[in-house]
Ligand binder design. Structure first.
Ligand code: ATP
Ligand code: MG
Length: 753
C-alpha cells in the first residue's frame, strides 16, 4: 500500500488488493463471512471504472438481492463520483437477464414488451392447462407442477431437454407435456415467468452465435457476489458470457450456501477451477465484522460439517462480549426477554437500526411483533409481510370477523369464494345489488337470495351451505374456546384442506402461520378482544424514517450485518427445522448448520441466542429441546444464563456421552413414528440398521460376535441416517450416528450389506 493509492484501495488488506488489482483472467475469492468479499468486489468495480479499463456499460456485476445492487452502486458512486459514461450492468441475475431478454425477445418468439408473470398468474395459467388435459387438479395441484417446472428451468432445461424419468413425479409422467404446453401458452400471451428470464437468454446465446459474440465482446469484466448460491442455469450463463475474455471474478463462501432447496449448487465453486483453468484463487482470512467470541462460536459450529473446503478465520478485534445463550420458559417469555434487552440497548444510546432478530421460519415473527407493539418498539419485517398482513392470516381473520360480526361486508367478500365454492364475481354482484337495494349486509342478502330464483341452483346450494356454516360457527362461538373455534372453522371451511392439497414449501409455511394465529388467540380472553388487538396491530404502521428493529429470516439476512443480533428459537424442530429432521439426510442437516453459521456471523458486537423450554403446538404445551447447534458452540465463547432446561451443558453432556440425549427430556409431538418408537423402547433402536460399506479401518472381532459385523463398519438407519459401529459386546452393538449421536442396537436388527 502506498499513500498515493486511490481512496478505494487504501482501506484494503493485501489479499483484498490482489482481488481488486488482478483485473485480467479468472479470479475466485473464496473466504469466510465478514472477510470483506463484498467490500473487495465493490472496490474492484470502482477500480475498473476509475482506471478506464472499461466503460461502465462494459461491466457486468451480479448481486444476490436488489438491495445489495443499490448499495454497491451507491458505494461505487462515493468512491469515484458518478460515472459519466453510462451505467454498469449491475443487479440480480433476474434483473440483468430481463434487461437482456427485452433486447432479443423476438428470438424466442416474444415481443420486447413481454409481461413477467407473478406467481398467481402463473398458477392460473397452469390450472387451465391441467384441466384441459383432464387431470384432477385436486390430486395434482398446479403449485406442484409450478415447482417442478421451476426446478427444470433452474437447471437450464427446456421441455425438449427433460430427460426420461424426470417427469415421473407429476401426474404419471405428464409433467413434460404440460411444461411444453405452458411454454407455448406463455408465448401466445407474450409473457414469461421468472425462470424463463434466464432460460430464454441461455437458449438465445446457444442458438445465435452473433448475439453470444456481441455480449462476449461487450462484457470486458464480469463479477459475481454470493457465488455459492448460483444455480446451474446461472452458472451456464456466466460461463458462456465469460468464455472469450475470461475476466470473471466470483466471490463466495461454501459455508454460506443456503439455497440448495432453490436449486443452488455449491459444486459450481469446484467447477470454476475446471472451467477456467489457471484461475487465481484468493483467500481472505481476516474477519472485520465480528468480535472474537462470535467468530469462535460460528467457526465451532460450522466445523461440525463434513464436505467443506475449509478455511481459516481470524480477527484483530481482541475484546468483546461472549455469545449469550438464554434459556427461557416459553415463547412469550422469549419475546419479553428480547424486548427488555432491546430497551436497555436503546437506553444506552444505541440505534435500533443496528438491532436484528433472525428467525428460522416466518411464523416465528408473530410473538415478537405482538410484544413490540405492546411496549412500543418500532420494527420492520424484511423479506416478507408483517404477520397479520399475510394473505392466509387475513383470510382466516375474515372468517373470524364474520362470525363475530355478521355485518362485516369486507370480510364476507374476501372469503365468500375462498376456498372456491363456485360463487364467482357474478354471484357476488347479485348479492351486492340486493344488499344495496334493501340496505342490508351481504350476509343477510345472501340468506334472502336463497328464497329467490336469482341464482343457478348450484350457486344457491353452495351459498346455502356457506350461510349454514356461518350460522353453525356462530352458535358454537358461545361454547367453544375461540382458538378451538378458529381451528374448526379453518378445517370445516375447507381452507386447511386447500393449503394441504398444494403440497409445497410455501403452503406448508402458510399452514404454520395459521397454527401460529390460533396460538396467538389463546392469549386473549375473547374473540372480540383478539380481533381488537389485531386491528390495533394493523394500524401500527410506524413512520418510514423512524429507526427500527429489523425482524427477518436468516435466509433474508445473507450478506448483511448488525451490531446486535438476536437468534430466536434455537430448538430441535424449529432450528434445525422439523422438515430437515424428518428428511433425516445429512445434506439437509448440513444446510441447516450453514444457516446457523450465516446467522451467527451477521453480528458485529453482540449475539444472543434464545431457546424456550416449552412451546405451544396445536394448542398443547410441549417441551422442547435446545438445538443441537447450541451444544456445538465452543464453551469458551459462550455464556449461559438462566438455563431452564440445561441448555448447552445438557447438550454437551448428553451428546458426547453415551446416554440417550433425550432420556430425561419429555418428548414433544411431531416427530416421525420410528423416531418415537426408538425413544420409547428404552435405549435400543428397534428398526433395521443396514450395513452399507466397510471402512478401511474396520477391525474384525473374530468369533466374539456375528462375523459379518465389525467395529468401523458404516451403517444406515431410516431415521438416524449414517453411522459407524463403535462397539460390539455380545449381541449388543453401539452405533455412533453422525447426527443423532450414539445409539444401542441388538444385532438381530443389523442387516448385512
Ligand atoms: P459475507 O460473507 O457475510 O457476505 P463479506 O465477506 O462480504 O461478508 P463484507 O460485508 O464485505 O464481508 O465486509 C464485512 C465488514 O468488514 C464490513 O463492515 C466492511 O466494511 C468491513 N471491511 C471489509 N474490508 C475491510 C478492511 N480491509 N478494513 C476494515 N474493514 C473492512
Ligand atoms: Mg458479502
Amino acid at each position: 500500500p502506498s499513500p498515493d493509492d486511490p481512496a478505494y484501495l487504501q482501506g484494503l488488506n493485501e489479499p483484498q488488493r490482489e482481488a481488486v488489482l488482478t483485473t485480467e483472467g479468472p479470479v475466485l475469492v473464496l473466504a469466510g463471512a465478514g472477510t470483506g468479499k463484498t467490500a473487495a468486489l465493490t472496490a474492484r468495480l470502482a477500480h475498473l471504472i476509475a482506471t478506464r479499463r472499461a466503460y461502465p456499460s462494459e461491466i457486468l456485476a451480479v448481486t444476490f438481492t436488489n438491495k445489495a445492487a443499490r448499495e454497491m452502486r451507491e458505494r461505487v458512486g462515493r468512491m469515484i463520483g458518478p460515472a459519466v459514461e453510462g451505467m454498469p450492468w449491475l443487479g440480480t441475475f433476474h434483473a440483468i437477464a430481463a434487461k437482456m431478454l427485452r433486447r432479443h425477445a423476438e428470438l424466442v418468439g416474444l415481443q420486447s414488451n413481454f409481461t413477467i408473470l407473478d406467481t398467481d398468474d402463473q398458477l392460473r395459467l397452469l390450472k387451465q392447462l391441467i384441466q384441459a388435459e383432464g387431470i384432477d387438479e385436486k390430486r395434482w395441484p398446479a403449485r406442484q407442477l409450478a415447482g417442478l417446472i421451476d426446478q427444470w428451468k433452474n437447471r437450464g432445461w427446456t421441455p425438449e431437454e427433460i430427460g426420461a424419468g424426470e417427469s415421473e413425479g407429476y401426474a404419471n409422467g405428464r409433467g413434460q407435456k404440460l411444461y411444453a404446453a405452458y411454454q407455448a401458452r406463455l408465448r401466445d400471451v407474450n409473457a414469461c415467468d421468472f425462470g424463463d428470464l434466464l432460460l430464454h437468454i441461455l437458449t438465445i446465446l446457444k442458438r445465435h452465435r452473433d448475439v453470444l459474440e456481441s455480449y462476449q465482446q461487450r462484457f470486458r469484466y464480469i463479477m459475481v457476489d454470493e457465488y455459492q448460491d448460483t444455480n446451474s442455469s446461472q452458472y451456464l450463463w456466466l460461463r458462456l458470457l465469460a468464455q472469450q475474455r475470461k475476466n470473471i471474478c466470483c466471490v463466495g463462501d461454501d459455508d454460506q450456501s443456503i439455497y440448495s432447496w432453490r436449486g443452488a449448487e455449491v459444486a459450481n465453486i469446484l467447477r470454476f477451477e475446471k472451467d477456467f483453468p489457471g484461475a487465481k484463487i484468493v483467500r481472505l482470512e481476516q474477519n472485520y465484522r465480528s468480535n472474537p467470541h462470535i467468530l469462535g462460536a460460528a467457526s465451532g459450529v460450522i466445523a461440525e460439517n463434513g464436505n467443506r473446503l475449509g478455511k481459516t478465520l481470524w480477527t484483530e478485534i481482541d475484546v468483546g462480549e461472549k455469545v449469550r445463550i438464554i434459556g427461557v420458559w416459553d415463547g412469550p417469555e422469549e419475546a419479553r426477554r428480547v424486548g427488555d434487552e432491546i430497551e436497555s440497548i436503546e437506553r444506552s444510546g444505541q440505534s435500533l437500526d443496528e438491532v436484528a432478530i433472525l428467525v428460522r421460519a416466518q411464523h416465528q415473527t408473530r410473538e415478537f411483533e405482538d410484544r413490540f407493539i405492546q411496549i412500543g418498539l418500532p420494527y420492520r419485517i424484511v423479506g416478507g409481510f408483517r404477520f397479520y398482513e399475510r394473505a392466509e392470516i387475513r383470510d382466516a381473520l375474515a372468517y373470524l370477523r364474520l362470525v363475530n360480526q355478521p355485518a362485516d361486508d369486507l370480510a364476507f367478500e374476501r372469503i365468500v369464494n375462498v376456498p372456491k365454492r363456485g360463487l364467482g364475481d357474478k354471484a357476488v354482484e347479485k348479492l351486492h345489488r340486493l344488499a344495496r337495494a334493501e340496505a342490508i349486509p351481504l350476509a343477510l342478502a345472501a340468506a334472502r337470495i336463497l328464497d329467490t330464483d336469482e341464482m343457478t341452483p348450484q350457486a344457491r346450494r353452495s351459498l346455502g351451505a356457506f350461510i349454514g356454516d356461518l350460522a353453525r360457527w356462530r352458535d358454537r362461538a358461545a361454547q367453544l374456546p375461540h382458538a378451538e373455534l378458529a381451528r374448526q372453522i379453518l378445517d370445516e371451511s375447507g381452507y386447511t384442506a386447500m393449503l394441504q392439497a398444494e403440497r409445497t414449501t410455501e403452503s406448508a409455511g402458510r399452514l404454520e402461520n395459521l397454527n401460529e394465529l390460533t396460538r396467538a388467540m389463546e392469549e386473549y380472553e375473547t374473540l372480540g378482544a383478539f380481533l381488537e388487538h389485531v386491528s390495533l396491530v394493523m394500524d401500527n404502521e410506524a413512520q418510514a424514517d423512524e429507526r427500527k428493529i429489523t425482524i427477518m429470516t436468516i435466509h433474508a439476512a445473507k450478506g448483511l450485518e448488525f451490531d446486535t443480533v438476536f437468534l430466536a428459537g434455537w430448538e430441535e424442530g424449529i432450528f434445525p427445522s422439523q422438515r430437515a429432521l424428518d428428511e433425516g439426510g445429512l445434506n439437509s442437516l448440513e444446510e441447516e448448520r450453514r444457516l446457523a453459521y450465516v446467522a451467527l456471523t451477521r453480528a458485529r458486537k453482540r449475539c444472543i441466542i434464545l431457546h424456550a423450554a416449552n412451546r405451544r403446538i396445536y394448542g398443547q404445551w410441549t417441551s422442547s429441546i435446545p438445538s443441537r447447534f447450541v451444544g456445538e458452540l465452543p464453551p469458551e465463547h459462550v455464556e449461559e444464563e438462566n438455563s431452564m432446561s440445561g441448555g448447552a451443558s445438557l447438550w454437551r453432556a448428553n451428546w458426547s456421552e453415551r446416554a440417550d440425549p433425550f432420556a430425561n427430556v419429555q418428548r414433544g409431538s411431531g416427530r416421525g413414528p420410528g423416531w418415537q418408537r426408538a425413544q420409547q423402547s428404552g435405549q435400543f433402536v428397534k428398526e433395521p440398521v443396514r450395513i452399507v460399506e466397510a471402512r478401511a479401518s474396520a477391525v474384525s472381532l473374530g468369533n466374539k460376535g456375528r462375523d459379518d459385523m465389525s467395529i468401523g463398519l458404516r451403517v444406515f438407519h431410516q431415521k438416524f441416517g449414517y453411522g459407524t459401529i463403535a462397539e460390539i459386546e455380545g449381541n449388543k452393538l453401539e452405533i455412533d450416528f453422525e447426527t443423532a449421536g450414539r445409539k444401542r442396537v441388538m444385532d438381530s436388527f443389523v442387516q448385512p450389506a
